[in-house]
Design a protein around this ligand. Structure first.
Ligand SMILES: *Cc1c(COP(=O)(O)O)cnc(C)c1O
Length: 394
């Protein structure tokens, strides 16, 4: 059997998979088995934050793997402690971290923190979490139920856990709060929902309101976190102080890791929560290296320049092609073009791939761009050139 046949025969069919065999990458470039070069404007899905085969990240992983990969969370793990300190210091928030292996798991931890807070802090238990209709919070039975999109709650997988209320907009949160509500969970820029940022003022107002009621704000920064919006956390950009923040995608540069961080520093006691793999030597060493690389990119101003260059290009495309696109949306290097229709969205992504440019879909009609945060000018220009070629063949 060839590779595609092997995959089709032995891997469960949960993905509409593309069968190009990538064998190597460098920066924002990927190479398939025939040596064809692709420009990667997707970075996995916002995962390869420092691009492919970044020499510092590769070296850190190799050196760590040759010493020790794993012991268990019953032992001290040096890079885990250092990463927790690094994340908290960089965030500017007074918090502690729990380490998991994915975004869904980070959100599970956040929901457990909220539930325990709801049990301990009020006369009558509060456990309901309000989320938004176009949100995305993960694929486990609980986080898929936390995800507001009704199409995600297929009967095939029912029954789902109780305790989630969905609202159409931030404005609608206030009315949805009842005497069992403990938290609101929100992405500051909805990723899978269509690269949709919320207004800073409405989020600030929500944050203040929840604080005044002693209810929690959980910010799902699985996609927006780790410099994707230009700041380490989108929460910093929005100038808010959430109670719980979750991270995952870009943090390990491709090595699986998730974090739930909270200002409820004493919420968990031994036995309350755990993870076999979460925060082991390999993933936390990788994340420390990613933090080093990206902090420097931000402090030097290089990241801000890239964001400006990338976003103004997309703005121009959107304005010059009103027959295909309504607007350019997004923040930082989390960007989208709102297509006129789902057909145009699909055609653009497909034609781009034919030109060897990798971009993504989001929501019903958004073409999504999530390039590595280290992408250089030449890689951007080459990608844009291919994008224009793809558009010219629509
Ligand atoms: C991707 C994503 C998740 C799920 O992360 P996994 O690592 O796939 O479990 C959760 N929330 C948001 C906002 C995401 O973008």
């Amino acid at each position: 059997m060839n590779l595609e046949e092997l995959d089709r025969e032995y891997v469960l069919g949960s993905y509409a998979r593309n069968y190009t065999n990538f064998v190597r990458g460098e920066g924002a470039r990927l190479y398939d088995e025939d040596g064809n070069e692709y420009i990667d404007f997707a970075a996995g899905i916002a995962v390869n934050s420092v691009g492919h085969a970044h020499p510092r990240l590769s070296r850190a992983i190799c050196e760590q793997a040759s010493k020790i990969i794993h012991v268990s969370n019953l032992q001290l793990i040096e890079p885990q402690a250092k990463l927790a300190a690094r994340i908290v210091e960089t965030s500017g928030y007074d918090m502690r971290c729990f380490f998991a292996n994915s975004g869904a798991e980070a959100n599970e931890a956040a929901l457990k923190i909220a539930r325990k807070y709801g049990e301990k802090s009020f006369e009558r238990k509060r456990y309901k979490v309000i989320t938004l209709k176009h949100s995305f919070h993960g694929r486990t039975i609980t986080t898929v139920k936390a995800t507001g999109q009704a199409s995600m709650h297929k009967d095939d997988f029912s029954p789902y856990p109780d305790g989630f209320t969905y609202v159409e907009s931030v404005d609608a949160v206030y009315e949805a709060i009842d005497d069992e509500t403990v938290a609101v969970m929100i992405e500051l820029v909805q990723g899978e929902g269509g690269v949709q940022p919320f207004e800073r003022d409405e989020i600030k107002e929500l944050c203040n309101f929840l604080k005044s009621r002693e209810l929690l704000l959980i910010v799902d920064e699985v996609q927006t976190g780790v410099y994707r919006t230009g700041e380490f956390l989108a929460s910093q950009l929005y100038e808010i102080e959430p109670d719980i923040i979750t991270l995952a995608k870009g943090l390990g540069g491709g090595v699986p890791i998730g974090v739930a961080m909270t200002r409820l520093k004493d919420i968990f006691e031994p036995g309350d929560h755990g993870s076999t793999f979460g925060g082991n030597y390999l993933s936390t060493t990788a994340a420390l290296s990613v933090m080093d690389i990206l902090q420097r990119e931000q402090e030097s101003g290089a990241l801000a320049e890239r964001i400006e260059y990338f976003s103004s290009y997309l703005e121009r495309v959107s304005l010059s092609m009103p027959e295909y696109f309504d607007s350019a949306v997004g923040l930082g290097l989390m960007r989208g073009l709102r297509a006129k229709s789902a057909e145009i969205q699909s055609a653009v992504v497909k034609k781009a791939f034919d030109e060897r440019l990798i971009i993504l879909k989001a929501g019903r009609n958004t073409v999504r761009f999530l390039p590595p945060l280290t992408i250089d000018r030449e890689e951007m220009d080459e990608g844009f050139k291919r994008f224009e070629k793809a558009l010219s063949t629509l």
